[in-house]
Design a protein around this ligand. Structure first.
Ligand code: UD1
Length: 434
């Protein structure tokens, strides 16, 4: 029999398919939690392994669904992939000859699959990647990826739902990005490392995950200058070699735990966390009233009062990360005062606000602005997670809502947070998978 918080629940045939978390509000989170490697880095590192024939080993790999999807994609390209969950490693054996097609059934499950675009073009001279289409946080174009590849000498066309790029002789070029897109920077980088001559990427993204992939590519033999700056110069080399690489810590998961501590009035030590990757977000938490002690690789977050509302403006790194916006809206929903939240990256990211309103939050949106007026209390309700970070935001709100909130669509959360339920439970939260 299914039991939720001590009460038996009668199962119906439809409930067998339900995938949800039951979150009971009221606990203060206490203890320590360890964060592993960043989802948004490891997927790209797995893709970068395609650039070198032989065995690449990645460590600090999170046990999340997206890593399994990427592993399956690499297998279909001809690689042998072993994900050792207990060791947190992924071993990828890349053959001399690769397939060059990423099918729709995988790309539709995980948009980040398009990160194989650059490495496959570089290795095979051709790549066919299914167009991902829109997703739950907006339309997300590929124009800068395409223009970057064209500048490096590729011919790119779209046919039958696939983006097809060909180019046997890729060459260095000047690439100006209209916007410091994380994905486009990575596509150009991974294509340029083995192209002939020098590529300069201007207005490049500067996220820690970009630094991570540049660090791995450099260890593989690539020549990259200006790593972590807006102008990245790549001097092409004929070939790369496989390496062992440790994935950078997931700053978004760290930020989620930091908000979890603050919103619940808790005291949490977050291990394997780099405060330097989260400066603005941590500063916002201090403004909200939290005490933060940052060590060399851990962060302690304490809160002993109702938070104060904090304004947020999402921007590319080092600005406030869009991936922490829903968690901060949840914090503002129970804060003292009102806050204006501006979303500059993904137009549909406020969709989750309607779910938060079901918990009693007072949030009004107008275009890419949301006005959040803090309420003294939220009350539980069934809600639906529409994407990974919306899911995290709803769980955090559930931790402070009176009663038991059911967050449906928990699979979204599993895509980005390894062992989230178990870690929440270890910190004293009343959370169960139903
Ligand atoms: C990555 C992250 C995502 C994060 C985002 C911004 C991964 C798997 N995902 O997404 O979690 O929220 O960075 O930090 O790493 N755009 C275009 N044309 C392009 C490329 C992007 O218009 O060719 C637009 C997008 O629609 C979006 C904005 O640029 O509005 C930012 O996109 P980008 O930085 O590329 O994000 P992703 O790499 O998709």
């Amino acid at each position: 029999m299914l039991v939720v918080h001590g009460k038996p629940v009668v199962k119906t045939p439809t409930m067998e398919r339900v995938d949800a978390l039951a979150v009971t509000g009221g606990s203060h989170l206490h203890g320590s939690v360890r964060v592993t490697g960043a989802k948004n880095s490891v997927l790209k590192l797995m893709s970068a392994s395609l650039l070198a024939q032989g065995t690449t080993v990645l460590s600090e790999v999170p046990a999340i669904l997206d890593v399994e999807i990427m592993a399956e994609l690499l297998r279909r390209l001809g690689c042998q992939v072993n994900h050792d969950l207990s060791a947190g490693t992924v071993t990828i054996e890349v053959p001399e000859v690769l397939e060059h097609r990423a099918d729709y059934d995988l790309v539709r499950k995980m948009r980040a699959s398009i990160c194989v675009l650059g490495p496959l073009l570089a290795r095979c001279g051709q790549v066919d990647v299914a167009l991902p289409g829109g997703d739950n946080i907006g339309s997300r174009g590929l124009d800068m990826h395409i223009e970057g590849l064209q500048r490096l000498g590729a011919q790119v066309r779209s046919e039958h739902g696939y983006l097809i790029a060909t180019g046997a002789e890729l060459h260095g070029a000047q690439v100006w990005l209209d916007f410091p897109s994380v994905g486009a920077t990575e596509t150009v980088l991974m294509t340029a490392v083995t192209a002939s001559g020098t590529t300069v990427i201007d207005n490049a993204a500067r996220e820690p995950e970009i630094v991570d992939i540049c660090t791995m590519l450099t260890a593989m033999g690539a020549h990259i200058e200006g790593i972590g700056t807006a102008t990245v110069t790549v001097h092409g080399v004929p070939e790369l070699k496989p390496v062992r690489h440790r994935t950078v810590s997931d700053r978004i998961v760290v930020g989620t735990w930091a908000v979890a501590a603050a919103i619940t009035g808790g005291d949490v030590v977050i291990e394997n966390a780099h405060a330097a990757h989260l400066e603005i977000a941590l500063d916002k938490l201090v403004t909200a009233g939290a005490d933060i002690d940052a060590g060399s690789d851990c962060i302690r977050v304490r809160m002993d009062k109702r938070p104060k509302a904090v304004d947020i403006v999402t921007l590319p790194y080092p600005g406030f990360p869009t991936d922490l916006q829903p968690q901060f809206i949840a914090l503002n929903a129970i804060a003292e005062g009102a806050a204006l939240v501006t979303e500059n990256l993904f137009e549909a990211r406020f969709r989750f606000v309607q779910e938060l309103a079901r918990l009693g939050a007072d949030v009004r949106t107008d275009g890419h602005h949301a006005l959040v007026r803090g309420r003294a209390r939220l009350s539980s309700a069934p809600v639906e997670a529409t994407d990974i970070r919306a899911g995290a935001g709803l769980v955090l709100a559930g931790l402070v809502a009176e009663g038991t909130t059911t967050v449906y669509g928990a699979a979204h959360i599993d895509r980005g947070y390894a062992g989230f339920v178990e870690q929440l439970q270890a910190l004293g939260a009343l959370v169960e998978r139903v």
